[in-house]
Write a protein of this length. Structure first.
Length: 292
């Protein structure tokens, strides 16, 4: 973040509704300050009915780049001049840049989700990924698991209509997508063979921090060879990760995904490497997570 905002300061931001809780300004401004760049990153509250006006307005004031969050990740697509193949495949954009008189969109959530998994010395070929929940974040998880080469991607949801629509929405996905969808009742059968279990539901988030997506019985099926990944970043660990760790499983929380999706976006806007560690530390500090 620029120390002094002047007429030359360039503007970046994140639009959503609500947006006051967003941690993106914390990590982006920490990185911009570290880089000594005359930019500022601001939260931009945009109601769904104002989306078109806001997008045109952001272009009019010369906003340099924009993150997009709930509820606009899919709704913004019709306002864009182009969308990357990845964002089209995922069906959602979270990062926009302005060029040639139009907004262009991509999805950096997939790269964010993949970053901690790519750092592991594992082969995913033919392995099974079990995804709990079928909302927006689950889309980035499915695309990421396909990219890693998982042999099976099993998605569990609670609403049969939404689950069917989720399944059908991948019909145009390029390449092989070994996707199947299931109801929650099947969880205890699906858990034991899974190499990776990803919680994409908000179960376990504040204020319900004692809740877990797995019942005590279902938990019995989680082996020490499983990797438990929770997209929730606060609390850390969630009850789910706490239980998984107690069973000897490797665990990953959502903080690194948050950091990495932001770093990829900032790098895209600035055209140069960004201080990822500064971004991570700024979030840890804000969330009061102890650095090990
Ligand atoms: P979303 O679009 O609302 O999807 C949530 C999913 O969870 C839906 O499938 C929903 O089912 C399901 N669900 C909610 N409560 C449930 C319950 N009690 N039992 C069973 N299923 C339940 O939200 P999202 O954008 O995907 O975000 C989901 C979570 O991921 C949030 O905790 C968010 O903070 C986290 N996230 C983290 C990152 C990161 O960078 N770390 C990025 C994105 C999201 P219905 O559709 O039937 O309601």
């Amino acid at each position: 973040m620029s120390q002094t905002i002047t007429g030359k300061t360039r503007l970046l931001g994140v639009m959503g509704h609500p947006i006051a809780h967003s941690l993106s300004p914390v990590m982006h401004n920490a990185a911009l300050q570290q880089m000594g760049l005359d930019y500022v990153y601001v939260p931009l509250p945009v109601k769904p009915e104002d989306l078109g006006t806001a997008i045109a307005g952001f272009a009019a004031i010369g906003l340099h780049g924009l993150n997009v969050t709930i509820p606009h990740k899919q709704a913004v697509v019709p306002y864009l001049a182009s969308v990357t193949d990845l964002a089209r495949a995922v069906g959602a954009v979270n990062t926009l840049w302005y060029a040639d008189q139009g907004w262009h969109g991509t999805n950096t959530d997939v790269a964010g989700f993949l970053a901690p998994l790519q750092g592991m010395a594992r082969s995913w070929d033919g392995a099974i990924a079990l995804v709990l929940g079928n909302g927006g974040a689950a889309r980035a998880v499915v695309a990421g698991c396909a990219q890693l080469g998982f042999g099976e991607i099993w998605v569990i949801g609670r609403n049969p209509d939404k689950l069917t629509a989720f399944h059908q929405s991948w019909a145009e996905f390029p390449g092989k997508l070994p996707l199947q969808v299931f109801s929650w009742e099947k969880l205890s059968h699906l858990l034991p063979p899974a190499t990776l279990v990803v919680n994409t539901t908000p179960i376990g988030m504040a204020p319900h921090i004692d809740q877990s997506p797995l019942s005590p019985n279902e938990l019995e099926g989680l082996s020490s060879a499983t990797i438990a990944y929770d997209l929730i970043y606060t609390p850390s660990p969630t009850q789910f990760l706490h239980q998984a760790k107690a069973r000897g499983a490797e665990t990953i929380d959502g903080l690194e995904m948050l950091v990495q999706q932001g770093a990829v976006a900032l790098e895209l806007w600035l055209g140069q490497p960004v201080p990822v560690d500064t971004m991570r530390q700024s979030l840890r500090q804000r969330l009061m997570i102890k650095t090990e």
